[in-house]
Design a protein around this ligand. Structure first.
Ligand SMILES: *[C@@H]1O[C@H](CO)[C@@H](O)[C@H](O)[C@H]1NC(C)=O
Ligand SMILES: *[C@@H]1O[C@H](CO)[C@@H](O)[C@H](O)[C@H]1NC(C)=O
Length: 194
């Protein structure tokens, strides 16, 4: 599936803003993590680990997107998942669009008085209104040829999207990692073109 490998920088200094008790003992300015090109869709795909216990997730890299969003509807099991509340600092950082309620049993993506955000799938140009949440994330860095250290963040902000938002993404992808607004204050991925 992967036809070529390139790399992008992952600005972990920004990540730590929302991470008061990060597990990591080192805080580099940037991590380089591998990106491969999906040969059938030509989308760039990367991989991170999320949740407790950690689960590997393939994500489509979205040059224009603002958020990390992942499918929360299918198989989301994590003891460290926390929805962001409507009036929280996280909600203003992520420029929350409103306050959401949910009338079925509480689960990731369904809780009351949670911050709503509008993740979009920039492949199909579909947006949805979803719960902003935090969960643990771990990324494997690389120096460009060899695997480097893993960096863990205990509270990484993301949007908790429905499975339907995955439509049009590379096979196996569970969400998108947005790369826009590299210099803004919230948690972002930033790109270094190879
Ligand atoms: C949210 O509050 C409503 C009304 O109090 C309640 O019926 C519903 O079950 C709650 N939802 C969750 C996810 O707790
Ligand atoms: C729902 O919110 C309550 C606090 O209001 C929290 O204790 C609980 O963990 C949340 N449930 C889920 C599944 O996110």
């Amino acid at each position: 599936m992967a036809s070529s490998i390139s790399y992008f920088l992952f600005f972990s200094s920004l990540l730590f803003i929302s991470s008061s008790n990060a597990q990591s003992s080192f805080r580099p300015h940037a991590l380089v993590i591998p990106v491969s090109k999906d040969s059938s869709t030509l989308q760039y795909v990367t991989s991170i680990n999320q949740r407790t216990p950690l689960v590997p997730l393939q994500l489509v890299v979205d040059l224009g997107g603002q958020f990390l969003w992942v499918d929360c509807e299918q198989n989301y099991v994590s003891s460290s998942y926390r929805p962001a509340r409507c009036t929280s600092a996280q909600c203003s950082l992520a420029r929350g669009s409103g306050c959401g309620n949910c009338f079925s049993a509480p689960k990731p993506g369904c809780n009351n008085t949670t911050c709503s955000v509008l993740p979009d799938n920039t492949v199909t140009r579909t947006a949805s209104s979803d719960e902003l949440a935090e969960d643990a994330v771990s990324v494997q860095s690389t120096d460009g040829s060899n695997p480097g250290r893993s960096v863990s963040v205990s509270k990484f902000l993301f949007s908790c999207a429905p499975t339907s938002l995955l439509e049009g993404l590379a096979s196996g992808a569970k969400g998108m990692a947005g790369l826009a607004y590299c210099t803004s204050f919230t948690v972002r991925f930033c790109l270094q073109l190879p």
